[in-house]
Each structure stands twice: as C-alpha cells, then as structure tokens.
Design a protein around this ligand. Structure first.
Ligand code: GLU
Length: 419
C-alpha cells in the first residue's frame, strides 16, 4: 500500500500548488523540489550471533535558507530515499511555519527495529551517526526522534558524535533523555501539540471540545498523547488503532487504560470488551475529529469519499494525499495539516536545543507553556490567512499553511542572494 503513492511525488504536488497560488517562478520550484543534499550510506553491523547484516540509510538535507537542517530519523522496514526526501521537505515547511530558525532535514534507516536486540540497535545507531557525523552538527543539521526512534536512540547518536568530535555537543540532537540534556516535555510534545491544534479548531467550529467524538489512527507516541490530552479536555475517544488493527467503544475509551494493554500485549486490539475494527474502518467512522497518527498516505482518493469525520487533524506526516484532499475540501471537511498540527515535537526540540546552548535554564512548566502558546499562535495565523485570503470552499487549511511557510523560505533565499 505504501508504494502506490510515492510521498515525494505528493510533496512535489503540494509545492507546485503553492508556487501557483503565490505566483512564484519556476526557478523557485526547481530549487525547492529537490534536497540540497542527499546522503546515502550502507552500514555493516555485527549481529549478536556473530553474523554481519548490511543496512541502507539516508539523510536528506532539503533546505537551509532559514538555518541548520532539522528533523527526525525514522527506522522502518519500508523507508526509502523518496520517503526521506518528502519528509525532509515537509520539515522545511513545518519549521518555517512555526517561525523556527531551522531548515528541513530527515533521516531514515531501512530496518525493522522490533527484530533487533538493544545492543544490535545501539551498534546500528552509532554506525549511522558516525557515517554522517561530518554533515551533522549543532549549527549544521540536528536530528531527533521519528517513527520507531526514541530518546535512547538520541543518546547513542550523541555519544557517537561526542567521541568522534571530542566534545560534549548536547545540541547536536534533540529529543534526548533527561539525563543527557533532554526535557520531559519533549516526550509529550507532538501529541500535546496536536491536541492543542484540535482544541483550537473545536473552539472555532463548536465553541469547544466538550463531548466531541474522536478517533485516533496509530497509537505510538503522537497518537497516544493526542488521545490522552483530548480525553483530558473533554473529548470522547471512541476508537484507536495500531498496525495490528483497531478497537471501537461507543461510550468512550480511557487512553491510559488502552496504553496499559498495548504495553502488556503489544497491541491495542487486546483491549477487553471492545469491538474489533480494521484501520480502514476506523478512518471511515462518523466522528467529529479524526486524528491520523501513523504513517503517510492513509487517506487517498480510494477512501476520501467515505470519510465521515467533520475535521481531520494530522498528527502523522503526510497522511492525506493531494487527490484525497481535493475530495475532502469539496465535502467541506476541514484538514488541519501536518506541518501545523504535528509541529509540537520540533517546537519543543527547538526549546531543548536553546536550553542546551544556554547550559540549562528553562523549567518543564515554562517549556510546556511556551509550546502551548506557540501552537495556539500558529493555529491562529493559519486560520486567519485561510479565512481572509483564500476561498475556503476551494482551498483547505493546508493551502494557507503552505503559503505562509513557503513564502518565509523564499524571502530568506532572496535575502541571502540565492535567487
Ligand atoms: N520527527 C518529528 C517531526 O516529524 C520531530 C522532528 C524534530 O524534533 O526535529 O516533526
């Protein structure tokens, strides 16, 4: 399924639409449609049984007009160069929209991390960071967690880098464990930010979240925390899913109880007394807010017509294809786009990075308040642009978010004399 739609082609289409909307030149498209640099490495790693496996990995550095490249690294058996390039392009827009001093980057290793032991994962992670160590850095490129990577992965990266560069450069990666300069709030940041975006939307549409019915596809870090905060703020989470399938409880689920079951049995589907549903069925439920929080291309022209949600708030990167979005827009379904709705992670990464450079000054409470404020401001900025500058029956919120994001990058490129 993942390969029917090439995320890079989708990302280029979104860029093309924005170039047309803003009346920008073909040269600008030519610059922005490709990464400035694409690194591909092959990593031989010794397995615990003494055999050697070779892994292929990438780091795509899409654009640096606004600052050092910034974005996560994903470990996934289906990742490839095109996916990583698309994700790096989306990081450029996400960072630009959030007003951060960062360009966009993303990395990926083709691996199923569940099949490796912790020590194999450590050797793979250190080998990856060593291979790209001359091209990353506190002011060059700052990786972070993404799908199936976490604070432990960042600790290995940080250690590999520190040994090679003979210095403690805490700001070279974000999303680190607390003991190594991380912030507790980074863990909740993406899902919390998505919940804030959903809350702001709910205020505009219905006066608030209270009693609103929500379905969440994907129960990793982003999905769980989005569900947790939405539940805390009065919404009713009726369905969640993971890669093994989904569950539906019309009277509402407690996200923490679901997490417990997932931790114990490795899937949400073992939650007792729930109706089992597929991921496809979850996406088509009649809910107020649908939160896709897994991977890209799950809402396509094949199912867009069947979506009954009133609004979609994207915690995942690239879950909706441009063709699907056209259908959704015609149906009047509002899409709060990934580059706005899931920016909480990188916004908190920026706070962590600044905090590292200052030698540690922020409190967790302050960090969380800043994140919330920034998400609210970003939402308002995009909403106002959408309402005042675009025909909302023809364009969705994504068009507004892209217009603001691309415009900032283009202005930086002009100021630097690139164009
Ligand atoms: N991987 C996250 C994202 O897609 C966070 C990136 C970061 O913190 O640099 O936005």
């Amino acid at each position: 399924m993942a390969h029917v739609h090439d995320p890079y082609e989708e990302a280029k289409k979104q860029l093309r639409q924005t170039i047309e909307l803003l009346g920008l030149s073909e040269e600008i498209y030519e610059i922005l449609a490709y990464p400035e640099r694409l690194i591909q490495v092959r990593l031989p790693v010794k397995m615990d049984d003494g055999t050697v496996k070779v892994f292929i990995a990438w780091r795509s550095q899409h654009n640096s007009a606004l600052g050092p490249y910034k974005g996560g690294v994903r470990y996934h058996p289906n990742t490839d160069a095109h996916e990583v390039i698309a994700l790096s392009m989306w990081m450029t827009w996400k960072n630009s929209l959030a007003g951060l001093p960062y360009g966009g980057g993303k990395g990926g290793i083709r691996v199923d991390p569940h099949k490796l032991s912790q020590s194999e994962l450590m050797r793979l992670s250190k080998a990856y960071f060593e291979a790209i160590s001359d091209l990353v850095g506190v002011d060059q490129d700052i990786p972070a967690p993404d799908v199936y990577t976490n604070p432990q992965t960042m600790a290995w990266y940080f250690d590999a880098y520190s040994r090679i560069k003979r210095g403690q450069y805490f700001g070279v990666v974000t999303g680190k464990p607390l003991e190594l300069g991380g912030l507790q709030t980074r863990i909740i940041a993406t899902g919390f930010g998505t919940a804030v975006a959903a809350r702001e939307l709910a205020k505009k549409l219905w006066g608030g979240l209270e009693g609103k019915v929500v379905a969440v596809q994907g129960y990793g870090n982003a999905g769980y925390y989005a569900a947790k905060f939405l539940h805390e703020w009065g919404a009713k989470i009726i369905a969640v899913s993971d890669s093994k399938g989904g569950i539906l409880v019309e009277s509402g689920l407690d996200p923490d109880e679901v997490l417990k079951v997932k931790r114990e049995t490795r899937s949400v589907i073992n939650f007792p007394n729930a109706k089992r549903i597929t991921n496809e069925e979850l996406l088509e439920l009649d809910v107020d807010i649908l939160v896709p929080a897994a991977i890209e291309n799950v809402i396509t022209e094949a199912n867009a017509d069947k979506i009954k949600a009133k609004a979609i708030v994207e915690a995942a990167n690239g879950p909706t294809t441009p063709e699907a979005e056209e259908i959704l827009t015609k149906k009047g379904i509002i899409v709060v786009p990934d580059i706005l709705a899931n920016a909480g992670g990188v916004i908190m990464s920026h706070i962590e990075w600044v905090n590292n450079r200052m030698g540690g000054w922020i409190t967790e409470e302050e960090a969380r308040n800043r994140l919330e404020q920034k998400m609210m401001n970003n939402f308002a900025k995009v909403w106002d642009y959408w309402q005042t500058k675009l025909d909302t029956s023809k364009y969705n919120m994504r068009a507004a978010a892209y217009a603001i994001a691309v415009d900032r990058v283009v202005r930086a490129m002009k100021l630097r004399g690139w164009i």
